[in-house]
Design a protein around this ligand. Structure first.
Ligand code: THU
Length: 156
């Protein structure tokens, strides 16, 4: 029997359409790209994770000559947040932006490994982890829960 899955998401025409807290979060993700270490791909990614108490933890991708040793911005951010506040599982929103070799902001949607990691933290809290991705031309895509980006996920 064929079955079908639908993903619900929102799109905004520009960052200016977001509420002020989300605009600020997006700006923090843009600023976070400056912390990227990306000498191999020249693609910088910034992530800004807001906790429910308003605290924001940022991350940026960190590459390495031994390529698989590097880490994406999203995991850098959420691992830092978890390490700093091990008992806090109250991650509310994550903003993600990419910046190409020409310095232009562009889309960065979380990779499969990041989705898996983000989902595990989301499953430990009562509410969804919202994900806001900046698309190339200032548009923003939002999903209300990382679970919607990883159907049929691995669970242990
Ligand atoms: N990257 C991220 O940091 N986040 C993503 O969502 C996708 C990819 C990084 C990994 C690598 O340093 C560079 O972008 C190019 O793949």
């Amino acid at each position: 029997m064929d079955k079908e899955l639908t993903i619900k998401y929102q799109e905004y025409d520009s960052i200016a359409e977001l509420n002020s807290a989300d605009q600020e979060l997006m700006q923090q993700a843009i600023k976070a790209t400056e912390g990227a270490y990306a000498p191999y791909s020249h693609f910088k990614v910034g992530a800004a994770l807001r906790l429910s108490d308003g605290t924001v933890v940022t991350g940026a991708n960190q590459e390495n000559a031994a390529y698989p040793s590097g880490l994406c911005a999203e995991r850098t951010a959420i691992f830092a947040a978890s390490a700093q506040r091990p008992n806090c599982r109250d991650y509310e929103s994550l903003a993600i932006v990419g910046c190409n070799a020409e310095g232009q902001l562009c889309e960065a949607s979380p990779c499969g490994a990041c989705r898996q990691v983000l989902l595990e933290y989301e499953q430990q809290q009562k509410h969804g982890l919202r994900v806001l991705c900046l698309l190339g031309n200032s548009r923003v895509r939002e999903v209300k829960s990382i679970a919607s980006l990883l159907p049929f996920s691995f669970e242990f």
